[in-house]
Design a protein around this ligand. Structure first.
Ligand SMILES: [Zn+2]
Length: 253
């Protein structure tokens, strides 16, 4: 079964989401703030294939308060959510709010550390700092989404049981393609980051299957073999997140 481990499902219309059911995928639905966290939760109750992640996106952090972060952690507790996301730091696109980003991220790190939650990470230009923080707080596992950071960290991710997710943009973004080509196979997951338009690509869960096929060609391996590896990685991520008994069965051979 193919999984999209980073999708802003809350941004789609109910009709679009209903149509995604036919894709027969598992989707980790990340949130941007409190109101999108509520919608994500609603969708996870409606669809067995939706795994909720709640958090505050670094891009919208300037519109949020620490109180909003606290209400989100309350939602996480009440609903037994196991993944915080989207969360992280970003000095490439939103350098002006970095100090406040750090404050909110630290709050989520402390919370994740205490309750053994995993993280779905946004980290443009802050990869090292974010990685160090995850280690410092002893976070059980994390997915570095759309990873374009330093290649030397890939081996460290592998050693820590962390993952990266490969975005359909690898077809046009050389830096990401190179990461996808060389990353250890046991840290690779797939994502869409939909709905987002990247240089003309309308990113969405429908693209993940093509990404899988492209990636198999890029790495010169059999598609079936790649599917199997990614399924195993996904299962491992779920297990480390405390979701091994999740409501749906994950096809494992
Ligand atoms: Zn995202």
């Amino acid at each position: 079964m193919i999984s999209d481990v980073h999708c802003h499902l809350h941004e789609y219309s109910d009709e679009d989401i209903e149509a995604f059911t036919k894709l027969n995928m598992l989707i980790i639905a990340v949130s941007d703030d409190y109101s999108s966290s509520l919608r994500t939760l609603k969708l996870s109750r409606r669809y067995t294939w939706v795994i909720p992640a709640l958090g505050i996106h670094p891009w919208v952090i300037k519109n949020t308060s620490m109180n909003e972060a606290r209400t989100i952690t309350k939602l996480i507790m009440e609903n037994k959510v196991k993944i915080i996301g989207e969360t992280g730091l970003d000095t490439r696109f939103v350098p002006n709010t970095i100090e406040y980003q750090r404050k909110v991220f630290r709050y989520f790190l402390e919370f994740a550390s205490e309750f053994r939650l995993s993280m779905n990470i946004h980290s443009p230009n802050t990869w090292n700092e974010v990685f160090e923080s995850l280690l410092q707080y002893n976070i059980p596992t994390a997915i570095f989404h759309w990873y374009t950071g330093p290649q030397h960290l890939l081996k460290e991710f592998e050693a820590q049981g962390f993952f990266i997710s490969i975005n359909p943009a690898l077809t046009i973004q050389k830096r990401h393609r190179e990461i996808a080509r060389i990353a250890p196979i046991n840290i690779i997951l797939l994502e869409s980051d939909g709905p987002y338009n990247y240089r003309g690509l309308n990113l969405g869960p429908h693209m993940v299957k093509n990404t899988l096929e492209y990636l198999a060609r890029l790495r010169e391996i059999d598609v079936k073999e790649l599917v199997k590896s990614i399924e195993n990685n996904f299962y491992k991520f779920m297990k480390l997140s405390g979701l091994k008994d999740f409501k749906f069965k994950i096809a494992l051979r």
